[in-house]
Ligand binder design. Structure first.
Ligand code: ATP
Length: 458
């Protein structure tokens, strides 16, 4: 193993020994929210001393010590509570929240699920749209948590490549949620960790490999179609998931302009969306009304549009924060978290042992009439390992090296490797893999998202 690996909090050793952790007790009134931000590399511990409290819809247990690292989040109480906080963070308490609206949305969805149960049909297929940092992911989490608390099993779908859901950024996933969300981990542990107290959830995972869906619409659209097919057939296998339905998170960028609206239409069509929740934008709500008021799903249903307020707690996350979150997700994938340590394997291979496809940024090619160049050259370019790949992630696909590019694109992801060394002279390279599985007979995809990251082995 490479020395220095698996250290979760590299700043810990530098803290001055005389500083003792601060302890504060907050008394929250009913229907208020304690909002907090913990810097990356820092942690706080929170204990609910009395009353009831929840984090994005997931109930917090009394007297359990929860640890939060590098996060922006909030604890809400319907009936009032007292919380003890150890450690320092930026924090304040808010009395005004859109929680009643959000809870009512859950109850409206519950009505649809009960109806679905009675006719043994499909539950609601909900899409959440809104600009960047309008609270889409937090709302999806809350609706997921409330559904689980009601005994449901929602299929949660992430179409935002910027952030992974139980997966690496750059992937698009569908995950059936049967057990509670792990509040300390965001969504929960990644499937590579094994000893999490919360049961592991296994996402159906596809790889897009670019930061924005608008970077290559010709690649993202068929992947979304594939994701819709896979999740619809998973739904059909299981009555509880089927009647609970889907909750879909979307990238903020597609709510911000014309090209994006086409992607919204694509998701609406492919996933047969019948409920759209619009967060925090009057203009977007009007645009959605224009586009979808006369729309009918394949089974003739109309679309219900609901406008919801943005929470005052939503915070912008700057590039540094996003980058650090991304690196933390990658590190966790290979090395586990503070609760379970993983031991990744290093594999050494010759340049000629592997098949690697680099994603073309297709939208940059569209200067040729009718996209001719792209048709002639394909979505991916076959490349040899090269120094440009150093510190990048490669997606190992469930396909064979002789498969066509379209088959590789449509394949689900088997796992990821991290390129830790490239020796141009000896024509050999090294990767870090979560397991010692043979990967040379699988095609791999090299994208630009997640970005190359030194700190994974630093
Ligand atoms: N009520 C709240 N209190 C404190 N923090 C919050 C609250 N709601 C959301 N946040 C935080 O604000 C940030 C943005 O929220 P969120 O990720 O839900 O937005 P988003 O619309 O999904 O963003 P993006 O478009 O970038 O994916 C997150 O760090 C989230 O944890």
């Amino acid at each position: 193993m490479i020395p220095g690996l698996g250290q979760a909090a590299p700043t810990a050793t530098f803290s001055a020994p005389t500083i003792t952790a601060t302890v504060a007790v907050h008394e929250l009134r009913p229907e208020s929210e304690w909002r907090f931000e913990v810097a990356i590399g820092q942690k706080i511990e929170v204990r609910i001393m009395s009353g009831t409290a929840e984090l994005f819809g997931t109930e917090l247990a009394l007297n359990h010590v929860y640890t939060f690292r590098g996060t922006k989040s909030s604890i809400y109480t319907w009936h009032g509570c007292r919380i003890e906080v150890t450690g320092s963070c930026e924090e304040y308490t808010a009395e005004e929240t859109p929680m009643l609206q959000y809870a009512n949305t859950h109850f409206a969805l519950e009505k649809l699920r009960d109806e679905a149960h009675q006719r043994q049909g499909d539950g609601p297929r909900v899409m959440v749209v809104g600009p960047n940092n309008s609270g889409k992911t937090s709302l999806v989490k809350l609706l997921t948590a409330y559904a689980i608390r009601t005994g449901r099993q929602p299929m949660v779908i992430n179409t935002d490549p910027r952030e992974g859901l139980l997966s690496i950024p750059g992937t698009l996933t569908a995950t059936p949620f049967a057990s509670i969300i792990d509040v300390e981990q965001g969504w929960g542990s990644s499937p590579t960790s094994t000893s999490s107290p919360v049961p592991v959830k296994l996402p159906i995972c596809y790889y897009y490999g670019l930061a924005s869906p608008e970077d290559n619409t010709k690649l993202v659209k068929p992947i979304l179609t594939r994701l819709a097919l896979a999740s619809t057939s998973r739904l059909a296998e299981d009555q509880i998931i089927k009647e609970t339905g889907m909750i879909i998170d979307t990238p903020g960028i597609i709510s911000q302009g014309k090209g994006g609206y086409d992607l919204i239409s694509h998701i609406v069509a492919e996933f047969s969306i019948n409920t759209i929740l619009v967060l925090g934008s009057e203009r977007l709500h009007i645009e959605m009304q224009k586009r979808f008021s006369a729309h009918r799903t394949s089974t003739g249903e109309s679309i219900t549009l609901v406008k919801l307020d943005k929470s005052g707690g939503c915070v912008d996350r700057d590039d540094t924060f996003m980058q650090q979150t991304q690196e933390a997700a990658i590190k966790e994938y290979f090395f586990g978290d503070s609760r379970s340590t993983l031991s990744p394997h290093t594999q050494q291979m010759g340049f000629e042992d592997v098949t690697i496809y680099k994603i073309r940024e297709a939208n940059a090619l569209s200067f040729l009439p009718g996209g001719m160049e792209e048709e002639a050259t394909g979505l991916y370019e076959k490349v040899e390992p090269n120094p440009g790949m150093l510190h990048c992630m490669l997606a190992v696909m469930y396909a064979t090296t002789s498969d066509s590019q379209d088959t590789v694109r449509d394949a689900s992801v088997m796992g990821f490797v991290y390129v830790s060394e490239v020796d141009d002279k000896k024509r050999r390279f090294k990767v870090l893999a979560p397991m010692n599985t043979r990967i040379t007979d699988r095609p791999m995809i090299w994208g630009s998202w997640p970005e190359a990251s030194m700190s994974v082995i630093g």
